[in-house]
Design a protein around this ligand. Structure first.
Ligand code: AP5
Length: 605
């Protein structure tokens, strides 16, 4: 197992990566210092555990501010701070990447991730990564892709990079590295390529000196140190000899085209053979422009979403308790929005309270696959509202739809989910780049969990005749660890033949696992036994409040309304509902009777 980041540190003050105490990999200039090489990292966390510790868990959504009342006027689209900048800077050795990064970080506060710096700190720390990298770096070759890529992706997934934005310096440096980022849908807003003639590069490298205390880059002629004290502690990089620079330059040239073509749509070539302030001036105005465009897009989107969700208060004012006319199909926009908002707020509250395995069960006619008015679009809209809202809080959301299950003649997927993934892909996800960036679509299974994912929304996971989704679901939740997983309208009841193929859990365990998801929202309409008309009442629960039992009545004007009959600390049984409707108290009644008897069947999952 590789060890990672033994002594490297990150300076929060200026977002600059601070190299650790240097080791013999550096030559001192002049005179030699006593070197304090860092201890070996045998006790440091392993690569995987380090990443685990730093995995982007959601603890608290600090900047969500939903109304604690379940009866809000409308969805507030939360505008977290402006979406941070994501910048890649590339160029030949000594083209001035590090120098420009210092200035960019100072101005924009981005997290500077320099693979060269990270690797040098590993070398200095004597870590396993460092030991592997040393030989490559000293000879001017590229360190193997998998080592660098794992390091960078782990660093990018940390909270500071997500919140402040990032500046990637020296990565990607090969086609494979670029493709790894592409696969994870990690893209910058801009790809800056510094262009400097070869002969200048060699002079810059050979004359470069570094301050190990501040990380500042100097040049013996171009940018000499300010004081004698600084001068005395300057070091030269081991790979800054003329011969090694030539070899680094050659490797750069072999790779550069493949990388530039990956980012051709975001590429800005800049003449780096000008004074550093002039070069920075050009980069600065590009970044300011991008920042401005992001702000505009974000506020346009927020306005659009807010207006979409806060419409028609007049209609809502006509409701008493919960929306009426639920038998009118298709549901009006106001009704749909009421439920999206209700579900969203309950879910947010549950996640805020640290719940990590939750489920939503909402069974209005358009979301009830057993009714012929079932509308897949309503389910997708609900999922979109949840996903966009979490993404708006800066979280990376994976929306998962199970794929085809089984093999051969038994392969297939539940009818309810047919075409769902395509619909999700073609939906309008707003134009601020949330889809593909903060929101990604995937399937259900352990391999669907990426390091960068913060939260998972699973669309109607369900068993089908002959196939059981629970093993895949369990693999996914295991991989998700303490990251929240939200099931929307799951159907995990054991079907007669669902125990067949590839099943590793027993029936009892499957049922127990299915029940381990805590209900954070439930809405069910109640009907007479064996009918779907008329609606007799409704049961609603929005975390963390009690279950509310409503009865539908017509008021004096003949208008429909719902009146609350009773509340329950946990989901009421069919008997308890019967009693509430018939005005009886539980202890007087021993067994279920009357037309509500059917409910005990309906209410079991
Ligand atoms: P890395 O540290 O990234 O080295 P590099 O790409 O070769 O770039 P440099 O750090 O040498 O130069 P720079 O462009 O930052 O220039 P600087 O601002 O310092 O990588 C080192 C090694 O690590 C690689 O060889 C490889 O082995 C490994 N590695 C790193 N990333 C990897 C990856 N992704 N995959 C695999 N292996 C990886 O400026 C240079 C000098 O010029 C300074 O003295 C400066 O003062 C001067 N200067 C800067 N700007 C100007 C200007 N405008 N005018 C005049 N002088 C200037």
């Amino acid at each position: 197992m590789l060890n990672y980041a033994a002594t490297s540190s990150f300076n929060c003050h200026n977002n600059r990566f601070t190299p650790p105490p240097f080791s013999s990999n550096y030559t001192l200039h002049p005179p030699s210092h006593s070197l304090s090489s860092s201890s070996s990292s045998s006790s440091s966390p392993s690569l995987s555990s380090q990443f685990h510790q730093n995995s982007p868990l959601i603890h608290v959504y600090k900047h969500t501010h939903f109304n604690p009342s379940p009866r809000t006027k409308g969805l507030k689209v939360r505008c977290s701070q402006n979406e941070p900048l994501k910048v890649m800077i590339s160029g030949a050795p000594a083209s001035g990447k590090g120098t420009q990064c210092e200035m960019i970080v100072q101005k924009f506060g981005l997290v500077h991730i320099s693979t060269g710096d990270l690797l040098r700190s590993e070398v200095a720390a004597g870590s396993e990564i460092g030991n592997q990298a040393k030989e490559y770096m000293n000879s001017g070759r590229l360190v193997p892709d998998e080592v660098v890529t794992t390091m960078v992706i782990g660093r990018l997934s940390r909270d500071d990079a997500k919140e402040k934005g990032w500046l990637l310096d020296g990565f990607p440096r090969s086609f494979a590295q670029a493709q790894s980022l592409e696969k994870m849908k990690i893209r910058p807003d801009i790809f800056v390529a510094l262009d400097v003639p070869d002969e200048i590069l060699i002079d810059r490298c050979v004359g470069r000196r570094l301050d190990p205390e501040t990380g500042k880059i100097y040049h013996i002629k171009n940018f000499p140190p300010e004081t004698e004290e600084v001068k005395a502690r300057l070091i030269t990089r081991a790979d800054d000899t003329e011969e090694k620079v030539k070899s680094r330059l050659q490797i750069y040239k072999q790779n550069v085209e493949a990388i530039l073509s990956t980012y051709s749509d975001l590429l800005k070539k800049i003449d780096g053979n000008r004074p550093k302030d002039v070069v920075f001036g050009e980069i600065n105005s590009m970044l300011l422009q991008i920042q401005k465009e992001k702000e505009t897009k974000k506020s346009e989107n927020a306005i659009k979403l807010n207006s979409q969700f806060n419409k028609s208060p007049a209609t809502k004012e006509n409701w008493r308790g919960i929306p009426t006319n639920l038998n009118n199909i298709p549901h009006s926009r106001e009704i749909r929005e009421y439920f999206y908002d209700d579900v969203l707020q309950a879910t947010q509250r549950a996640i805020n309270d640290g719940k990590t395995r939750v489920k939503v069960e909402i069974n209005i006619p358009e979301l009830n696959p057993e009714q012929d008015v079932y509308r897949i679009g309503t389910l997708m809209e609900l999922v979109r509202v949840l996903a966009l809202s979490f993404a708006d809080d800066g979280k990376r959301v994976k929306v998962s739809v199970q794929g085809s299950m089984g093999e051969g003649a038994l392969a297939g997927m539940p009818l309810q989910l047919a075409g769902t993934r395509k619909i999700l892909e073609f939906m309008d996800w707003g134009n601020d780049g949330a889809m593909g960036n903060f929101i990604n679509i995937g399937s259900i299974g352990g391999k669907e969990v990426d390091e960068v994912d913060d939260i998972f929304i699973l669309v109607a996971p369900q068993n089908a005749m002959g196939n059981c989704i629970i093993d895949d679901l369990r693999a996914m939740t295991n991989a998700a660890g303490s990251r929240p997983v939200i099931l929307i309208n799951p159907r995990l009841k054991d079907l007669p033949a669902s125990s067949g193929i590839m099943q590793t859990m027993g029936r009892e365990q499957r049922l127990e696992y299915a029940a381990s998801f805590e209900m954070c929202y439930q809405f069910r309409l109640l009907y007479y036994a064996g009918t779907q008309y008329p609606i007799m009442g409704a049961l609603r629960m929005a975390y963390p409040y009690r279950y509310e039992l409503f009865k539908r009545v017509n008021d004096a004007n003949g208008k429909e309304k719902y009146v609350i009959l009773s509340t329950f600390p946990s989901r009421p049984t069919g008997d308890e509902i019967n009693d509430a409707f018939e005005g009886r108290t539980r202890d007087k009644v021993k067994k279920s009777s009357g037309f509500w008897g059917f409910l005990s069947g309906i209410l079991s999952t």
